[in-house]
Each structure stands twice: as structure tokens, then as C-alpha cells.
Design a protein around this ligand. Structure first.
Ligand code: 5GP
Length: 125
């Protein structure tokens, strides 16, 4: 069920629980500001979720409130993870679902990194 991205941060969401170590994940990358792990239900050979460690509901929340250091770390980590996955050539896709129309299901900002096969059209028509 997609979430309303304008709601207050919910500390019990599944990614908050992963960040607290209460739920395991298949970790791909970690630094002071960022955690990345494999999606539990992958839809491409590479399907990594990259999340900030801070409590941000969505891209809207993060882009409005995060520090310059958090934003820089997040952007650089996504690029690094893609490079380390060998995805730059032949290419990859980044996706951040926001709110109800975006189809966001987990209310903690995450960017999907898809790679490993031709990914098809950007959106269903
Ligand atoms: P959204 O639709 O919010 O953009 O994507 C949420 C993503 O989180 C989905 O692709 C889903 O498979 C993934 N996901 C949900 N619960 C878990 C979990 O407990 N662990 C991991 N690794 N991924 C999860």
C-alpha cells in the first residue's frame, strides 16, 4: 500500500529496523551516512536499495532537510556502488518512488539501483 510521503517519520518502518540491526540485510555498502543492501524481492539481476542513515521519509523530506554532507555522501555512494557493481557500462537505472502516486511503500527514503539486463521502457504506457 503506497504511503503518504508528507507524514512524519515512522521509527518502526522496516528500513529503520534494518538500520538499528533489528532485522538482517544483505549489505552491499556502508559509510557514516549511507547503508546499501540487496532488495529482498529483486526485479533485476542487480537490485540494490541505497538509504540515508538519517530519518528521512522520502526524497522530498531528504532534499529539504538533509545536510550538505548527508546529500553529498548519498549521491557519491550511489555512484560508487554502481561502479563497484560493474554497472556503468552497459548501464543502470536509479529510481526513487515518492508518495502515493510514486508507489512508495517503505516510508524511509530509498533509491533503487537496477542493473544486469536491459531494463526496458522507463514507465508502462
Ligand atoms: P518502494 O515501493 O517503497 O519504492 O520499494 C520498497 C522496496 O523495499 C521493495 O522493492 C521491497 O522488495 C523492498 N523491501 C521491503 N521489505 C524489505 C526488507 O525487509 N528487506 C529488504 N532487503 N528489502 C525490502
Amino acid at each position: 500500500m503506497p504511503i503518504d510521503a508528507t507524514l512524519a517519520y515512522d521509527e518502526s518502518n522496516i528500513f529503520a529496523r534494518i538500520l538499528r540491526g533489528e532485522v538482517p540485510c544483505s549489505k552491499v555498502y556502508e559509510d557514516d551516512h549511507v547503508l546499501a543492501f540487496n532488495d529482498i524481492n529483486p526485479i533485476a539481476p542487480t537490485h540494490v536499495l541505497v538509504i540515508p542513515k538519517g530519518a528521512y521519509v522520502s526524497w522530498d523530506d531528504f532534499s529539504g532537510r538533509a545536510s550538505e554532507a548527508e546529500i553529498a555522501a548519498f549521491v557519491r555512494a550511489i555512484g560508487l556502488i554502481a561502479r563497484e557493481a560493474g554497472a556503468v557500462e552497459p548501464g543502470y537505472r536509479l529510481l526513487a518512488n515518492v508518495g502515493t502516486h510514486g508507489g512508495q511503500e517503505v516510508p524511509h527514503l530509498h533509491v533503487h539501483l537496477f542493473a544486469g539486463r536491459p531494463l526496458g521502457p522507463m514507465l508502462a504506457r
